[in-house]
Design a protein around this ligand. Structure first.
Ligand code: NAP
Length: 388
């Protein structure tokens, strides 16, 4: 039985992970232990259909070291504090992590198996022990356009993002909802009077956005009725850290790094936070290596894996199937608005949207645990001589 320690299970990513594991029956045959950074000794998750016991202390390295696998959705600071200590005491287990702290370490494999099952298999075969989910926006982008990358058609790609509040964590989602509630309260009176002009309604919204006490502690500015074209910290050259991840992590997921592949694919753009709850979207421009007809491109995108869904480029199909509201809570990644740009037959545009808490965060980790289980099931037990 695989012994798995779960840390960070009550956050946005962790709670979706447990929900998906319960839905898929993944706990059967697992011996799970649950940990907390804030309330060790408190009750574990109550809705998994089995007794979870008291929470362990997520900083207790000796307790963590008893598990074969640690799955953490706690965050980068936690990873930086605990992972080196665990390795330092000789723990040789598997570390599966949602955070960014270890992603670009040379020994870490980025997991997104519908796109890079080969990279994961190679990592396991070569004895890698650290497996991290990639950035949510990057994972959704690669899930959407895996078919084009796989066909070797992408010379470069721009990715202009429309990112949900959930990408920043539970507290940010609450703040977006609180902002919406404050706006709702401010316009309730004006909207109740049919004679109120749209400009008067707009004035009420503007006033509440600028009012003292409007909740902006997390985002630093109003997100509801607005947008925020900067995510995370600057990394130089006018780029945000979030924007840098498309290139860095995108190429690492695809396995386009190292001496065999010296030429990574340029992927870049502007990352924008919008008032969507849990779905990230991208408007992309792709410079194709060669002109191919749109129907062939659609077939390549649709054929990449079972979760991608091509949406017909019509207003009706787009509004029905290519929005955050349409894909929220679903595993399918929608790709539409596919057409050639005026710049020429090698310039393609498209729009993609996916639930970032699923394929952008929890699902790659859940599936990595499954891949690991079957990998370990196949591993021959050490002989007595080897063990000695
Ligand atoms: P989160 O919602 O902020 O949760 C992280 C931890 O914060 C929880 O496990 C919990 O730990 C603690 N916490 C404090 N107040 C909480 C509250 N009101 N509700 C729930 N938990 C609370 O963070 P997250 O968005 O899940 O992200 C976790 C990691 O995954 C981060 O490193 C993030 O960068 C990465 N990631 C996130 C996403 C995403 O979509 N959000 C996508 C990919 C990767 P204790 O139980 O120990 O107190």
């Amino acid at each position: 039985m695989l012994d798995v320690g779960f840390v960070g299970w009550r956050g946005m990513v962790g709670s979706v992970l447990l929900e998906r594991m319960r839905e898929e029956g993944d706990f059967a045959g697992l011996a799970p232990g649950f940990y907390s950074t804030s309330s060790p000794g408190g009750p574990g998750p109550t809705d998994l259909g089995f007794e979870t016991g008291r929470l362990g202390d997520a900083h207790d390295v000796a307790a963590l070291a008893r598990h074969d696998v640690i799955v953490t959705c706690q965050g980068g600071d936690y990873t930086k504090a605990v992972h080196p200590r665990l390795r330092a005491v000789g723990w040789n287990g598997y570390w599966i992590d949602a955070a960014s702290a270890l992603r670009m370490e040379p020994g870490t494999v980025l997991v997104l198996d519908p796109v890079n099952a080969d990279v994961i298999a190679e990592g396991l075969a070569s004895g890698r022990r650290d497996f991290c989910g990639a950035n949510c926006t990057v994972s959704i982008l690669l899930m959407a356009f895996a078919g084009l990358f796989r066909a070797g058609l992408v010379e470069w790609m721009t990715s202009m993002t429309y990112q949900a509040a959930s990408g920043a964590g539970a507290a940010h989602v609450r703040e977006l909802a609180a902002q919406m509630a404050a706006i709702g309260e401010a316009v309730q009176g004006p909207l109740a009077d049919p004679a109120t002009t749209a400009l008067a309604v707009d004035r009420s919204v503007r006033e509440v956005l600028a009012a003292d006490g409007f909740p902006t502690d997390r985002f630093g500015a109003p997100l509801a009725a607005s947008l925020l074209p900067w995510i995370d910290r600057p990394i130089g050259d006018g780029q945000s850290r979030e924007e840098g991840k498309a290139f860095e992590e995108g190429n690492k997921i695809l396995g386009i790094v190292g001496p065999k592949n010296p030429d990574p694919i340029p992927i870049d753009g502007i990352c924008v936070r919008v008032g969507s709850m849990r779905c990230h979207a991208h408007a992309v421009t792709v410079k194709l290596r060669e002109d191919r007809p749109v129907d062939e491109i659609e077939a390549l995108i649709a054929g990449a894996h079972e979760w991608v869904r091509v949406v017909e480029n019509t207003p009706e199909a787009t509004l029905a199937g290519l929005t955050p509201a349409a894909v929220s809570g679903r595993l399918d990644i929608a790709v539409g608005r596919i057409r050639k740009l005026r710049m020429g037959g090698e310039y393609l545009t498209a729009f993609s949207v996916g639930d970032q808490l699923l394929w952008g965060a929890a699902e790659p980790l859940r599936r990595m645990l499954g891949i690991l289980r079957s990998h370990l099931g196949k591993v021959r037990p050490a002989t007595e001589a080897e063990a000695a």
